[in-house]
Design a protein around this ligand. Structure first.
Ligand SMILES: [Zn+2]
Length: 461
């Protein structure tokens, strides 16, 4: 049997963060100016319209901040118990203005937004990790989380072209919640069509590079047809490559709003080309699924985001004949064996906070397969595409604030029984003393057709 490249490897290093954490009290505006002075150097200027006591920069990325951020003496970065890093004054007082230097960081950042992407013909800076939300001190009594919505102004080094997804101006630009990768560099780095901006590094291995644009276009058409239409602006894709002769080709990255960034490294041996091309296509389809799929809940629903992006992308690739069905069958078995020891230690509710982020992909995907089977109680089994489309009819308020209820209602409306929905919810909310038994219980209650031989799980589609 031909060896299979583990697609697992890819999905594990793809981060998608959901940061909707504001209390709805108010927002902070003003401006952030991002200046690319030269080569690796940037100056960031905050000029906010209200005093803040902290700016939330996303999940902890110590190595990046320690090596690249040069803050004034009276400022510091604090990791709080919410798992996020906050930019604060050392004396805890409020501030409106702050100016400091950052150096370009070229390493891959796992499970947090990628701060930079470096190309041969330019560099992209991610505005997200400059502030996702902030804290304001109200009347010296209590601290409240506010939305962080300053406008951005970008200034490039000499002769640099600046490309902001979905925008033509470079001053006072409003950037969506999660931030954007803004490209500074040569204009010939960009391939542009009516609905796509594509930046691919010059030295990207040809054998893989030539499949990127055609795959993106096919997957785009497929998701447009089978999921809700989520892309109002152009889709922007940035793919960078670093030579590294010590490892086999691998890729990771993250999606936000209507764009994603991929970072690849490693060598492509002749005999592995076919598998690595497939792995790369799977990466593209996974990241694109994040852009089209419904945004459900916050960090506690990452199992839906990641398990869903995997299942959507596998099903799409099988349907388009890019991937054989055996891949999914094999992957299901891997998810089963890989997730069992971890389910003893943590539930599927925010396992990344307990240090088991892979569970979002593995147990997340199996939960969604059980959900697909559960909808068959009325005689028709609906797939993840139908589930996601149906979920998309729910109000934004319910999706954000009552995500589990919204998910449950969706399954019921597609024909699932209350008993099967409760079984799914039970599986998600608990860690399991005997995960094997917990899976069997989940499958039995949701009507999954499966066989278990020793420890191997077989689910026939
Ligand atoms: Zn993902």
């Amino acid at each position: 049997m031909k060896k299979m490249v583990k697609i697992t490897l890819v999905s594990l290093i793809i981060g998608f963060i959901v940061l909707n954490c504001h209390d709805g009290f108010g927002s902070v505006g003003g401006t952030i100016t991002v200046v690319h002075t030269n080569n690796e150097n940037w100056i960031i200027n905050y000029n906010l319209d209200k005093k803040v006591v902290g700016i939330m920069l996303g999940p902890e990325t110590k190595t990046y901040h320690e090596s690249s951020w040069n803050l004034p003496e009276n400022f510091e970065l604090v990791s709080e118990k919410d798992g996020y890093t906050w930019l604060k004054r050392k004396d805890s007082k409020g501030f409106r203005k702050l100016s400091f230097n950052i150096k370009t960081y070229s390493e891959m950042v796992l499970y947090a937004p990628q701060p930079f992407t470096v190309f041969d013909k330019g560099v992209s800076i991610n505005t997200g990790p400059l502030g996702f939300s902030c804290k304001v001190n109200l009347f010296g009594i209590s601290e409240k989380i506010y939305e962080f919505l300053p406008l951005f102004t970008f200034k490039g080094a000499k002769d640099e072209k600046i490309i902001i997804p979905g925008e033509s101006k470079t001053e006072n630009v409003s950037i969506p919640d999660l931030g954007s990768f803004v490209f500074f560099g040569s204009k010939d780095a960009v391939e542009e069509t009516e609905n796509l901006q594509l930046i691919i590094d010059d030295d990207f291995p040809q054998s893989i590079q030539k499949h990127i644009a055609p795959t993106v276009k096919r997957v785009m058409a497929y998701y447009d047809k089978n999921l809700r239409h989520a892309i109002e602006k152009k889709l922007m894709i940035q793919m960078t490559y670093e030579t590294d002769t010590t490892v086999q080709y691998l890729i990771g990255g993250n999606a936000q709003n209507n764009q994603f960034s991929g970072k690849a490294r490693g060598t492509v041996a002749e005999e592995d080309v076919e598998e690595l091309v497939l792995m790369n296509k799977a990466f593209l389809a996974h990241e694109m699924a994040h852009i089209w799929q419904v945004k459900l809940g916050e960090d506690n629903m990452r199992w839906y985001a990641e398990g869903g992006a995997d299942l959507l992308s596998y099903r799409a690739m099988i349907d388009m004949d890019i991937m054989k069905e055996d891949y999914l069958i094999n992957r299901i078995n891997e998810c089963f064996t890989e997730s069992k020891t971890e389910l003893e230690k943590t539930s599927l509710e925010a396992p990344q906070i307990q240090g088991y982020p892979q569970l979002n992909y593995t147990a997340g995907m199996l939960t969604l397969i059980a959900a697909e089977f559960a909808t068959a109680a009325d005689g028709t089994r609906d797939d993840i595409f139908k589930i996601d489309r149906e979920l998309g009819k729910t109000s934004i308020d319910s999706l954000n604030n009552f995500p589990q209820e919204a998910f449950n209602k969706t399954l019921i409306s597609l024909g699932a029984t209350q008993e099967s929905v409760s079984a799914i919810e039970y599986f998600i909310h608990n860690k399991h003393e005997n995960p094997h038994k917990a899976y069997m219980n989940l499958f039995n209650k949701t009507g999954v057709k499966y066989e278990v031989n020793e420890d191997r799980l077989l689910i026939r589609e």
